[in-house]
Design a protein around this ligand. Structure first.
Ligand SMILES: Nc1ncnc2c1ncn2[C@@H]1O[C@H](COP(=O)(O)OP(=O)(O)OP(=O)(O)O)[C@@H](O)[C@H]1O
Ligand SMILES: [Mg+2]
Length: 422
């Protein structure tokens, strides 16, 4: 929010009208509230935030906006109430119990993890814990477009055993090794990992390995042990290690031997010092061929899952998901899907945002609101280009070179299919 900025009346009028037409579009209403607040109309902003909160009382962004707006409007007590709710939900309040909204149900993991120590969880996260990106995702696999093969394999490797503890016992009791998601940027690796956590009603910790690595002696190891400790305390928890290739690449750049860090990671994965029950580690990378070989040995990240750009049907589905909450008219989604070959999920997000901007721009120019139309998408398509091609160019060589034991067969066969025009 940039307070004190004049917002053109036409923009506010356009947004108000759009909110009337799509009363359940909370993102748009909060955008309006934000602009009203910037424009100095705090009371009106508060009203809009309240509308969102009446439908979604735990909407964190709406609570934050409501608190700011009430502050600005001089409603100190109301502001304090919204601040308290916001802080309790985001877990930053000192000395207060975490809000129930932030505590996942024991649900699916009742089987093998029935004694998971929720009750022993400290009431307040320590300052060290707050350094990490701990989330309680609401998305589930149903929110992931396409990726049927990835879903099937995750189901087999992780979800089915967890929801059928008897089956797990029958086959030896523990889940073996981690899964390594790989593929071009923006195609949903992080999104998928978050959805797995949502599916398990588990917490989610998103760790970029480059954030863990520290050039000072011993600090990387301490960071790793801290984040694993947090994951164990928050179990059930999906610990998502992103950019695991950073460990391989940094070997030569780090001041002390990266072998210590790899060793520490392996020890944490093996649960050498503490039980990893209820902690599910997923890893991701854009370049699996750069991942330290020690991490790829059996029982570690030995199984790769290729996350490809969405196919035609998945692109149609993604477009549908993205435009669902926006005012649109006469869109031919199948036609748009067929014109977005090679687009990642993130590219499709950019396309929809860009078409929306064009429609807004036109609405402001004409002085009246109009929905987003096919023509806006066609214009946006001139600017938004698929971002995955460069990755496939590099990946082709790397995969051929590193495919001794066939681990990149699926990627190479996808590339062969592409070049033969299938
Ligand atoms: N299959 C999908 N279904 C729904 N949304 C998707 C899908 N793929 C991508 N997205 C959307 O695109 C965004 C970017 O995807 P995400 O960050 O998961 O990609 P990534 O593979 O982790 O990329 P990177 O390699 O850059 O980390 C997501 O936040 C999500 O909104
Ligand atoms: Mg990612």
């Amino acid at each position: 929010m940039i307070p004190g900025r004049m917002i053109p009346e036409s923009v506010l009028a356009a947004l108000k009208l759009a909110c009337q037409e799509s009363p359940h579009d909370h993102d748009m209403r909060l955008h309006l509230a934000d602009l009203l607040l910037q424009d100095g109309q705090a009371a009106a902003a508060l009203e809009q935030a309240k509308v969102v909160l009446s439908g979604e009382p735990d909407h964190v962004q709406a609570l934050r906006l409501a608190a700011w707006a009430a502050d600005e409007a001089g409603e100190t007590q109301t502001a304090a109430r919204y601040h308290r709710l916001h802080d309790a939900l985001t877990g930053v309040i000192q000395g207060a119990a975490p809000s129930t909204a932030d505590t996942p149900p024991k649900a699916v993991l009742a089987g093998p993890h029935a004694d998971s120590p929720f009750e022993d969880e400290p009431l307040v996260d320590s300052a060290a814990d707050q350094r990490w990106d701990l989330q309680t995702p609401r998305v589930t696999l149903a929110d992931v477009a396409g990726m049927d093969e990835v879903k099937r394999r995750l189901e087999l490797a992780l979800l089915a055993p967890l929801s059928n503890p008897e089956l797990l016992k029958l086959f030896g009791g523990t889940l073996r090794g981690g899964l390594l998601l790989y593929g071009p940027p923006g195609c949903g690796k992080t999104f998928m990992a978050r959805a797995v956590a949502g599916e398990l009603s588990a917490r989610f910790i998103n760790v970029g390995l480059s954030d863990v690595l520290d050039m000072y002696l011993g600090q990387s190891e301490r960071n790793l042990s801290e984040v694993f400790a947090l994951a164990r305390r928050k179990a059930p928890c999906v610990l998502f290690l992103d950019e695991v290739d950073a460990l391989g690449r940094r070997r030569s750049q780090m001041r002390h031997s990266a072998a210590n860090v790899v060793g520490q990671l392996l020890a944490e994965l093996d649960g050498a010092k503490a039980s990893n029950e209820g902690v599910f580690v997923l890893a991701a990378t854009n370049s699996p061929w750069d991942v330290d070989p020690a991490l790829r040995r059996p029982g570690r990240f030995d199984r790769t899952l290729l996350v490809l750009p969405p196919d035609l049907e998945a692109r149609r589905h993604l477009l549908e998901l993205q435009v669902r909450s926006r005012p649109v008219e006469g869109l031919d989604l199948p036609a748009l899907a067929s014109r977005t070959e090679g687009f990642s999920g993130a590219d499709i997000g950019h396309l929809v945002a860009s078409a929306t901007e064009l429609a807004m721009e036109d609405a402001i120019k004409q002085g009246k609101v109009r929905p987003i139309r096919q023509v806006d998408f066609l214009r946006a398509l001139k600017d938004v280009k698929p971002s995955t091609r460069a990755w496939f160019e590099t990946a082709r060589n790397a995969a051929q070179f590193a495919n001794d034991n066939g681990e990149y067969d699926d990627l190479l066969s996808y590339l062969r299919g592409k070049s033969s025009g299938r």
